[in-house]
Design a protein around this ligand. Structure first.
Ligand code: BYC
Ligand code: FE
Ligand code: FE
Length: 470
């Protein structure tokens, strides 16, 4: 199905055929644009940004690239093509045809999940509101803006579902998605991580590595849903998501690379000397990693969850890559869970959040291995970045609020509190990282704390002027 760009709202869902829905979305559109102007990238409305825009939803060449002013970006509604004869892949309704409408009895459950998913998208744009001012290069500035406009489009994806399938409640929820704000004391965003400030680029790269990866896993599990429009929306969102994680993985990798260069020049791994030379020492990178990884672990919800069990039973939310499992019913199976009281067997359906979290952790390891390879190749046998234990620094689930060290061992609360500055970014770490954040906007030039990328965007050179500032 091709995308119609001649309409006010580009779409491949035949919006013109449903006048009421089209009018409702055209009514929401200016509210979205007001929100973007106020809460989106600060001060760059006039800049020409080299952005990709979706022009089709198939695997080959779905994107076109060109200079766009962000407020003119064509946010629209794009669903992956339907799969003929698709049936429900898991839970109590497995094998039955998928649903084109939301069954009444599951309506509020679906709405809650769609609202929660939708809430994270604008939240991340709000968190990154000021980052453009301190970009380490035009290449990075462009990547930030690409991520931002696509998160804006992900909001559109969820708002479409709310408007099209949830009537008046859905329209009200769509307004609320623009009324809650990241970090707002009265009306915060729904999930914890999306209220954490992202005020430096190391945090941005950790966020796109770890938190956008939660997005990947949540979208994969919703792409299994029996509610076909939700599944198709999420399938297309996943193609955009891949770039966000690329920005994170290469971003952290380039910070590590620059640190290794400085260590070589200095012939030292002394953090103070590395900082004095304008790079970020590996222990500081590890502390940022610890923070964003553990915060993102919380996004999977409690290890034992009746919500997760009923979402699975009802066909609402499956496991990422559900087809790779043998048992799609899981009613009688159990799961061995690591709890502070020891191993406990729990019904598998109730442990679905933990099943997802464990596949997420495996996926997180891939980038860590790559970064460590660079550290090893630079001749540092004793230095490594590691994922902390999932028991460490948790706010949700069975490990929440416990005094556990990054290796997963319980400790005295007072000793734990004293040790935290060694494990998580301290005020001094943040002040140092902030002191490095100076804007670099000469094409091809990089800030001193980050190595240049291996290649530019879409086969263009790294020196290309990816953002033309006005
Ligand atoms: N913070 O049974 P429980 C992305 C709440 S990222 C605060 O343990 P459940 C993106 C929970 O909501 C992907 N609250 O968990 C990335 C529930 O509250 P209610 C986002 C939390 O329901 C970067 C209560 O605790 N997508 O796309 O099984 C940039 C008990 O819940 C947290 C989704 O999350 C937390 N961390 O699962 C841009 C998918 N964790 O309802 C975008 C949709 C739990 O009792 N959401 N709670 O008031 C879901 O599937 C589920 O809601 C969750 C929680 C997995 C989040
Ligand atoms: Fe997203
Ligand atoms: Fe994303």
């Amino acid at each position: 199905m091709s995308i119609n760009y001649s309409e006010k709202i580009p779409n491949n869902v035949n919006l013109a055929n449903d006048r009421a829905l089209q009018r409702a979305l055209e009514h929401w559109q200016p509210h979205f644009l007001d929100w973007w102007r106020e809460m989106g990238p600060h001060h760059f409305a006039q800049a020409d940004v080299y952005l990709r825009t979706a022009v089709g939803v198939d695997a080959q060449g779905w994107a076109s690239y060109g200079a766009v002013k962000m407020p003119d970006y064509r946010w629209g509604i794009f669903l992956a093509d339907p799969v003929a004869g698709r049936t429900i892949g898991f839970g109590d309704h497995a094998g039955q045809p998928v649903w084109q409408q939301v069954p009444g009895e599951f309506r509020s459950q679906f709405r809650r999940l769609i609202v929660t998913q939708g809430d994270t998208e604008p939240a991340s744009v709000e968190q990154q509101h000021l980052l453009g001012h301190t970009c380490p290069s035009l290449y990075d500035l462009r990547n930030l803006f690409q991520v931002n406009v696509e998160e804006g489009r992900h909001l559109w994806a969820m708002v479409y579902l709310l408007h099209a399938y949830f009537g008046r409640d859905g329209r009200e929820e769509a307004e609320e998605l623009l009324a809650r704000h990241s970090g707002d004391t009265d009306k915060p965003r729904i999930l914890g991580t999306f209220n954490e400030p992202i005020s430096d680029w190391l945090s941005f790269f950790m966020f796109t590595y770890f938190t956008d990866r939660d997005g990947k896993f949540q979208l994969k599990s919703l792409a299994e849903s029996a509610f076909d429009p939700l599944a198709r929306t999420c399938r297309f969102m996943l193609t955009e998501e891949a770039h966000h994680m690329f920005v994170g993985e290469t971003g952290v990798g380039r910070v590590v690379k620059r640190t290794l260069e400085v260590m070589k020049e200095l012939g030292s791994d002394d953090p103070a000397a590395i900082r004095a030379a304008g790079a970020i020492d590996l222990p500081t990178i590890q502390r940022y990693l610890n923070f964003w990884f553990t915060s993102s672990l919380d996004l999977f919800g409690s290890e034992v969850s009746s919500n997760a069990a009923s979402s699975f039973a009802n066909g609402i939310k499956g496991r990422p890559d559900e087809s790779q499992y043998e048992d799609h019913d899981c009613r009688t199976a159990s799961f061995s869970l690591d709890t502070p009281q020891g191993r406990e067997d729990v019904p598998l359906r109730n442990a679905m959040n933990q099943v997802m979290r464990e596949s997420y952790i495996k996926d997180c390891e891939i980038g860590i291995k790559r970064w460590n390879l660079a550290i090893q190749r630079a001749g540092h046998e004793a230095l490594r970045l590691t994922l902390p234990s999932p028991r460490f620094h948790r706010s949700i689930g069975v490990w929440a609020g416990l005094s556990v060290d990054p290796s997963g061992n319980a400790m005295e609360p007072a000793e734990h509190a004293r040790s935290l500055p060694r494990w998580l970014p301290s005020e001094a770490d943040r002040a140092f990282v902030h002191s490095l954040m100076r804007r670099v906007t000469e094409p091809g030039k990089m800030a001193a704390w980050i190595a240049p990328p291996d290649r530019g965007i879409n086969n263009l050179p790294v020196e290309y002027e990816y953002v033309r500032l006005q």
